[in-house]
Design a protein around this ligand. Structure first.
Ligand SMILES: [Zn+2]
Length: 197
């Protein structure tokens, strides 16, 4: 629906009266899995600060959940800033009025769940030399197009969007191009996703 505010106008994703599903973030404190809460680990029997949690013994993470019951949109406003136009929704959920932005509202529960899943990926920093690469992969080299694409990503976002995935034995499962490029650029550590099974 088209919302007008002074000279500004914007076509919004939803209309007043639409049923929407909410994705919500929660801050959680988790025990550090690497040092089991100790804050340090022993390397050659010398205690070293745990790099995973910076010696704290725990990690703060943001977890996204989707609410099973939908809300109804009551009102839509647009807020005009110098650089962009923000859409603000007033929604009713279980008799309560809430204010939400467009990015956290979805047409279906499936869409909301998909969004939460993509946000809930937990990455960990790993020494690049600890990543095990299967013998057969080492014989191949990613094509120039792939390398170029990753390089562009790195320049644009300041980090790799295509994150390396390893299994719990540090064997690489995906993200070989990122690995090759990071290693070539002299990275000592890299962000990875550890797949539990
Ligand atoms: Zn730790």
């Amino acid at each position: 629906m088209l919302i007008v505010n002074g000279n500004a106008s914007k076509e919004t994703k939803f209309n007043v009266g639409d049923e929407v599903y909410i994705a919500k973030s929660m801050e959680l404190t988790l025990f550090c899995q690497r040092c089991l809460g100790a804050g340090y680990k022993r390397e050659n029997s010398i205690p070293c600060e745990c790099t995973e949690c910076s010696g704290k013994g725990y990690k703060e993470i943001t977890k996204w959940i989707s609410l099973v019951n939908p809300a109804i949109i009551e009102d839509i406003r647009i807020k005009v800033n110098a650089s962009d136009i923000q859409v603000k929704y007033k929604i009713r959920h279980y008799g309560k009025s809430l204010h939400r932005t467009e990015e956290n509202l979805f047409r279906s529960l499936e869409e909301a769940e998909e969004f939460c899943e993509s946000q809930n990926v937990i990455t960990t920093e790993m020494n690049i030399d600890d990543i095990e690469v299967p013998e057969c992969w080492l014989k191949t080299y990613p094509c120039a197009e792939k390398i170029d694409a990753r390089m562009k990503e790195l320049k644009t976002y300041g980090k790799f969007k295509n994150i390396i995935i390893v299994d719990k034995n540090n064997v690489i499962l995906d993200g070989y191009t990122t690995y090759v490029l990071a290693k070539g650029l002299g990275f000592k550590t890299i962000e990875v996703i550890v797949k539990e099974n």
